[in-house]
Design a protein around this ligand. Structure first.
Ligand code: TRP
Length: 343
């Protein structure tokens, strides 16, 4: 990206888009169709200044094995580049490389109420799931997420439905802070991308596709080989009606239609017509093949990037340097307003 974020006057400024994803395991088809593909679309539309981060600080709310964590971060960074994020057009950095995230998160902790954080449904779910490690970070996680967004004065934040509540809290924190100190933060608008498919598990289509699923056939990884992808789609759970159409009690088929539609651009009606009189076997093969073709170039680019550590380092260093300048500006302003004395 050019330096226009830093230099242009407010009136001519493009809107700032910020989003982030956690590097907690392989990136899934769900992450790709639900979020990453849309990151690329917004980058290519050219009407926004896009800032994207790999939210590695967020991942340690759950215990990580150091070697695995390192590998996850590298692979996720390379995968996102492979999806088409271009560091000439977007800022793309690793959260922990920019110190201001942890710093602003501390400040925002002191402007967020215990009651507000207690109401977060993700905290309730995660603390039930990890009852042996309900750490303070898990509780204050939304303050770190608010810091991510507010540091860049983001106007727009594409998020999945599961992050809507956290985004609302970020808005509340920003408004409260502005109410007390004057306009420090842009109050971000969240939106759920219109072309963002919500991809469900291939084995239990009432649940979101998740890399942490115990059943390996439930989740397609961005880096699965064509053979593995085909196998997973062939085993996808459907129903006994044997009719390719959207309907109640047909969560499995609905999910496959959603995926096929997201990849091919066909509407549900067109898909129903296409498979009129055909069985689920044919349909599953068609969905699998469409996904294989969609992911083929991504996997090929990934294989190149992951071998090129020097290129990865150069990319994230460039991203961090740019992000750091923007973030420092907001952090300094915030601290001054609160009453800190500068160095
Ligand atoms: N918490 C988000 C998730 O788990 C990731 C995230 C971190 C994020 N910081 C963000 C998303 C800021 C949007 C904006 O999916």
């Amino acid at each position: 990206m050019s330096n226009e974020i830093l230099t242009t006057q407010p009136a001519e400024k493009k809107k700032i888009v910020f989003s982030a994803i956690q590097p907690s395991g392989t990136i899934t088809l769900g992450n790709y169709l639900g979020a990453l593909r849309n990151w690329v679309t917004m980058q290519e539309e050219g009407q926004y200044n896009c800032i994207y981060a790999l939210a590695d600080l967020h991942t340690i709310t759950v215990r990580q094995e150091p070697a695995v964590m390192r590998k996850n971060i590298l692979e996720a960074y390379a995968s996102i580049l492979a999806c088409g994020i271009d560091t000439e057009k977007s800022v793309f950095f690793i959260q922990s490389h920019v110190n201001a995230h942890a710093q602003l998160a501390w400040l925002l902790n002191c402007y967020t109420q215990f009651g507000e954080l207690s109401r977060m449904t993700q905290f309730k779910d995660k603390s039930a799931k990890h009852a042996d490690n309900i750490n303070a970070g898990l509780f204050t996680y939304p303050c770190l997420m608010a810091a991510d967004i507010l540091l860049y004065q983001a106007d727009l934040v594409p998020v999945g439905a599961d992050q809507k509540q956290h985004l609302e809290l970020s808005r509340d924190i920003a408004e409260r802070f502005n109410g007390r100190y004057g306009n420090v933060f842009t109050v971000p608008e969240g939106f759920i991308p219109k072309n963002g498919a919500r991809v469900m598990s291939l084995q239990d289509p009432t649940r979101k596709m998740s890399k942490s699923d115990e059943n390996v056939n439930a989740c397609v990884s961005l880096l699965d080989t064509p053979e593995v992808i085909m196998k997973k789609f062939k085993r996808a759970v459907t129903d006994s009606e044997a009719k390719v159409c959207v309907g109640e009690g047909k969560e499995g088929v609905n999910n496959l239609i959603g995926i096929y539609s997201a990849v091919t651009g066909k509407t549900a009606e067109e898909i129903t017509n296409e498979f009129e009189g055909k069985g689920y076997g044919d349909f599953k093969v068609a969905v699998g093949e469409a996904v294989v073709e969609e992911l083929r170039p991504v996997r090929e680019r990934y294989e190149q990037y992951i071998k090129d550590k020097a290129y990865l380092e150069e990319s994230w260093r460039k991203g961090a340097e740019f992000a750091d300048r923007l973030a420092q500006r907001t952090l300094a302003k915030t601290m001054k307003k609160i009453g800190f004395v500068g160095r």
